[in-house]
Design a protein around this ligand. Structure first.
Ligand code: KIV
Ligand code: ZN
Length: 523
């Protein structure tokens, strides 16, 4: 038996059943594109009979997405199957996914039909779907609470009817790994035509066992896992895709199977799904929570600084995430604080560091977590008395057949400076005028303008990245006038530079940038 495990993503169907996670067609398409980049094998794009919007969304995905199989869900009725087929018929690799209850409780209480009737309905539905397309998946809803002899009978019958994939859902998250593994083992041994289909599992997380159950099933022969990004889904959600594939990658010894998932797309996919569904990622979520690579305890921080492997089993790069960060707290030791300062280009003498460390502890006692910005404020605190620039006014001219120009007046302490310059546009001209005043050689690396309020008189926030020699600084400015916001952002970065220089001169210990090998970023 092959070790290749097919990853079936149901984020756009079962995941979208998460309360509050409704997605429009455009959002579904955007997620489908990212799922294709992640390289999932199957995208369950929706349940088209549920709404016209979902039908159109699945059609859009089927037309555009190449690579993965595109499937749509249907009950065992002709109208559903026709609608599902209509939604995926243009896909490069279409699959119809049909389901019907398999447990007595579902058949008796929900469907009010007997097992024989349901079995016949399942066979007819699969035969009909098969007449439309070759790839047909059949799901035995609530299989883990069904009678074993009945599910073995259904599986054999739907395979005979043409099902290419048979899914064993733990619909209510009731299974435990040992029993679930044994159930899959029985299916693999007792269903005579089992070699004609792939066995799939679809585990819900009501007892927090969805990932464990899925991985256990694979050990006994399941070769497709249905799972969702960030583990979203009906009630407590479904097995989390990122946890399954990362566990298989990190613990290859325990799970000697292969998937085609591009692990370094996990982080991006997870963030996109969270953003578009509006379902936040819990901070402590395995693999993708923001705390998954953060170290807080002093002992852990010290260990990680000595060797990452002491407390990190997953490298953030593996999933395309950001490198682990130290969350400095009152429990952080000297080693961690010094490391963070060095990463920010500050190297203090022993004596200075001891003084700084006392101030750090005072701050950390008041504030639970201390970030880079806090450290920077603490370290440049001494230099806040140096005079910095303030904008008095900026006037610009620009327009068709006009050379853009600006006049800028800045105050610094008791002094006032004014300069005029022309440029490619009014902002460029204003920045050149400021450069004339300061005499600094700068390079604008990045410019971003965003509206922070609504309406015609919206406040615009400009954030920029400016390089001063080899130091990169971020500046921010807000105004209803975008030229003014841009000038304020430039002055903000300039003042940070002045404070840094002042600190360095006062202490003679802040190494010059060309002695350092770090990125040279203050923030
Ligand atoms: O949980 C479930 O049983 C399902 C089926 C439709 C596959 O989502
Ligand atoms: Zn489900």
């Amino acid at each position: 038996m092959s070790n290749r495990i097919m990853i079936f993503d149901s984020t756009l169907r079962d995941g979208e059943q998460t309360p509050g996670a409704k997605l429009n067609a455009q959002e579904k398409l955007e997620i489908a594109r990212q799922l294709a980049r992640l390289n999932v094998d199957v995208i369950e794009a929706g349940f088209p009979i549920s709404s016209g919007g979902d039908l159109r969304a699945v059609q859009g995905i089927s037309r555009e997405i190449k690579g993965p199989v595109i499937t749509a869900l249907a009950r065992t009725v002709k109208e559903d199957i026709d609608c599902a087929w209509d939604s995926i018929r243009e896909a490069e690799k279409p699959r119809i996914h049909v389901f019907l209850a398999a447990s007595d409780i579902h058949m008796e209480k929900k469907l009010r039909r007997g097992p024989d009737e349901c079995l016949q309905e399942a066979i007819q539905a699969v035969k009909y779907a098969k007449s439309l397309t070759n790839d047909v998946e059949y799901s035995l809803e609530d299989a883990t609470r069904a009678r074993e002899d009945y599910i073995l009978k259904v599986i054999e019958a739907v395979i005979d009817a043409g099902a290419t994939v048979v899914n064993i859902p733990d619909t209510v998250g009731y299974a435990v790994p040992d029993d679930f593994g044994k159930l899959i083992q029985k299916i693999m041994h007792k269903v005579p035509n089992i070699n004609k289909a792939t066995i799939s599992v679809h585990c819900h997380n009501d007892l927090g066992l969805a990932v464990s159950n899925s991985l256990e099933a694979v050990k006994y022969g399941a070769r497709q896992i249905e799972c969702n990004i960030n583990g979203i889904g009906e009630r407590a959600g479904n097995a989390a895709l990122e946890e399954i594939v990362t566990a298989m990658s990190i613990r290859k010894d325990a799970f000697p199977y292969d998937t085609e998932i591009k692990l370094n797309e996990i982080y991006r996919t997870s963030r996109l799904v969270s953003k578009l569904t509006g379902i936040p990622i819990p901070v402590n979520k395995a693999v993708i929570g923001i705390n998954a690579f953060a170290h807080s305890s002093g002992i852990h921080q010290d260990g990680v600084l000595k060797d990452k492997e002491t407390y990190e089993i997953i490298n953030a790069d593996l999933i395309g995430g950001q490198a682990g960060q130290m969350v400095l707290t009152a429990r952080s030791g000297r080693h961690a604080v010094r490391h963070q300062l060095e990463a920010m280009n500050f190297e203090l003498s022993e004596e200075e560091f001891e003084g700084f460390f006392v101030r750090f502890k005072e701050l950390a006692d008041k504030k639970k977590e201390v970030y880079r910005e806090d450290l920077e404020a603490l370290i440049v605190d001494v230099s806040y008395t140096v005079p910095t620039y303030e904008l008095e006014y900026v006037q610009t001219v620009s327009g068709t057949r006009t050379i853009p120009a600006a006049v800028v007046r800045l105050n610094k302490g008791e002094e006032s400076f004014e300069e005029v310059a022309s440029g490619a546009g009014p902002i460029d001209a204003a920045y050149k005028a400021i450069d004339k005043i300061t005499g600094l050689n700068t390079r604008l690396e990045n410019y971003n303008l965003a509206a922070v309020t609504r309406g015609m008189d919206a406040l615009g926030e400009v954030s920029i990245k400016v390089t001063y020699k080899d130091k990169t600084l971020i500046g921010r400015g807000v105004s209803t006038d975008i030229v003014e916001a841009s000038v304020k952002a430039y002055i903000d970065s300039l003042n940070k530079h002045i404070r840094m220089l002042s600190y360095a001169n006062n202490n003679h210990n802040h190494k010059s940038s060309n002695q350092k090998s770090s990125t040279g970023q203050y923030i």
